[in-house]
Design a protein around this ligand. Structure first.
Ligand code: BES
Ligand code: ZN
Ligand code: ZN
Length: 493
């Protein structure tokens, strides 16, 4: 991974392979003015001709022709109201441009841009943005390996308090590294990341951290009465896992995080059509995000007690697969009539949620790539949020707002719960052919498996996986939910 470091060199002295400078819209102030002078008026001419005025995230590369020690200056627009979210994105897209220019060592002066926020918050945004923007999943590419470009070092040029910059950038690096780890897990093909391998990945990553991991296998789950996970697992030759993570950074009632970890969702006997199945190695993104958030909490030594419950299995149509019409019993004793084996996420979560509640947590939050309906509602722009406790929901929405890991509340009316009543069992796993509200009925089903604890559900099906590159993401797994959860854990009381 690219190394981040801090340098007190000035823009005029900086001698790396490229230099990034942020520009608020239409303003040639402070360091930009000085830079413009050195470059013989190159920037002011661009502004006059309206070729580059500093519009949000527009980029212009200037060749310095010996006027500066660095061969390239990359100007990035920060818009009329520069903020931390724009700064993060600007850091992401320009870091990638530095790499594509062939730079090995680049500097960024984004920290001196006139953006509202503390030095710490800015340093975090720049570090986070750069490392997220530079993410690539090249593990399986053999062609042109030697031509692949790699930025070895990104230097944050500072004119502010170095200690604050150091702390902010360390925070940003920890979070970005764990978002990248989530992306690696999500992008990994399902034939090499099945439940046992997921356990191995989690175990390895937590090896030197104060996080206790307990892994339950098929026999354990049978003894515990986890009828949901076991039913979904029946059509697969790979055994399931329930992974329980415990980070006790403070005494007291824990916060429970629950993640859907379907390492591949074929739909089961209610088989998905091919073009809906091709991305379904990503159906464990909720579990990966929960794991990455807890790892971050441990690395940042956050003073919280947090438990993670990762419900991990494949959903395949093997000879012994669970069938439409089957009635199964979840961990809390409630019975579920399975009408569609593709609505499996809610079934594996039913066990995990009701099991999590036995630890008497102060709140439960689950993350799941649960419904296509939520993708229809919000696209890959935001996660859907539903729950039973408005205070908890507001805390989640707040964390989303602060991190730009977006989330939007959807309603959870009692009518949605009525739609999940079955003629033959306590609940059915889909509402039926008419009625709509796919994301809400999915959440209403989950609601039946949390008894008294404040609970909030994040449907991350949209943002967990993207097709188009953005400033902080390349196509594939995104690590949605990790930044939100870390912020939530930082603020948790
Ligand atoms: N894993 C899918 C949801 C999904 C869809 C995630 C698209 C990411 C992108 C989930 O298990 C599923 O198949 N849900 C069904 C539920 C339906 C049968 C009620 C869906 O949304 O179609
Ligand atoms: Zn499914
Ligand atoms: Zn699924």
């Amino acid at each position: 991974m690219t190394k981040l470091s801090i340098s007190q060199e000035s823009i005029a002295q900086y001698a790396g392979d490229a230099l990034v400078v942020g520009m608020p819209e239409g303003q040639l102030t402070g360091q930009l003015q000085a830079l413009d002078k050195i470059l013989g008026g190159a920037i002011s001419r661009l502004v006059e001709r309206k070729q580059f005025t500093g519009e949000p995230l527009k980029v212009r590369t200037i060749t310095t022709l010996g006027k500066l020690p660095t061969p390239y200056v990359i100007l990035v627009g920060l818009g009329k109201e520069p903020n931390l979210h724009l700064l993060r994105k600007a850091a992401g897209s320009t870091a990638r441009i530095c790499r594509d220019l062939g730079a090995k060592k680049a500097g960024t002066a984004l920290l001196s841009a006139a953006v509202e926020g503390s030095v710490k918050a800015k340093a975090q945004a720049v570090a986070e943005g750069a490392l997220l923007g530079l993410y690539q999943f090249t593990k399986y590419k053999t062609v042109d390996k030697d031509k692949q470009k790699f930025l070895d070092n990104m230097e944050l040029l500072v004119d502010a308090d170095k200690a604050d910059v150091e702390e902010g950038s360390r925070r940003g690096s920890v979070i970005a590294t764990n978002v990248r780890l989530t992306r690696d897990l999500v992008n990994e093909p399902a034939s090499s990341l099945y439940p046992e391998k997921m356990e191995e990945a989690v175990r390895n990553a937590l090896k030197d951290l104060p996080v206790k991991l307990t892994a339950y296998g098929k026999k354990d789950l049978e003894k515990m009465g986890m009828g949901g996970i076991l039913a979904v697992n029946k059509g697969s030759v790979r055994e399931p896992r329930l992974l329980v993570l415990d980070y006790e950074g403070a005494k007291g009632a824990p916060l429970a995080l629950v993640g859907k970890g379907v390492t591949f969702d074929s739909g089961g006997l209610s088989l998905k059509p091919a073009d809906y199945m091709e991305d379904m190695k990503s159906d464990m993104a909720g579990a990966a995000a929960v794991f990455a958030a807890i790892k971050s909490a441990a690395e940042l030594k956050l003073p919280v007690h947090v438990l993670g419950f990762l419900s991990v299995t494949e959903n395949l149509p093997g000879g012994d697969a669970y069938k439409p019409g089957d009635i199964i019993k979840a961990y809390n004793g409630k019975t579920i009539e399975v009408l569609n084996t593709d609505a499996e996420g809610r079934i594996v979560l039913a066990d995990a949620l009701s099991y999590a509640e036995t630890f008497k947590p102060s709140a439960i939050i689950d993350l799941a790539t649960l419904t296509g309906a939520c993708v229809v509602a919000l696209g890959n722009v935001a996660s859907g949020v539903m729950g039973t406790d408005q205070k908890l929901i507001s805390t989640v929405l707040d964390a989303a707002g602060h991190t730009d890991d977006r989330a939007w509340q959807l309603p959870l009316y009692d009518e949605y719960s009525d739609m999940m009543k079955s003629d033959f069992a306590d609940l059915k796993n889909i509402s039926g052919k008419s009625g709509g509200a796919g994301a809400e009925t999915g959440a209403a089903f989950l609601k039946a498996f949390v008894d008294k604890t404040p609970w909030c559900h994040l449907d991350i099906a949209g943002p967990a996986w993207i097709e188009k590159d953005g400033p902080l993401n390349v196509s594939g797994g995104t690590g949605a939910g990790v930044r939100l959860l870390v912020r939530l854990l930082e603020d948790w009381k």
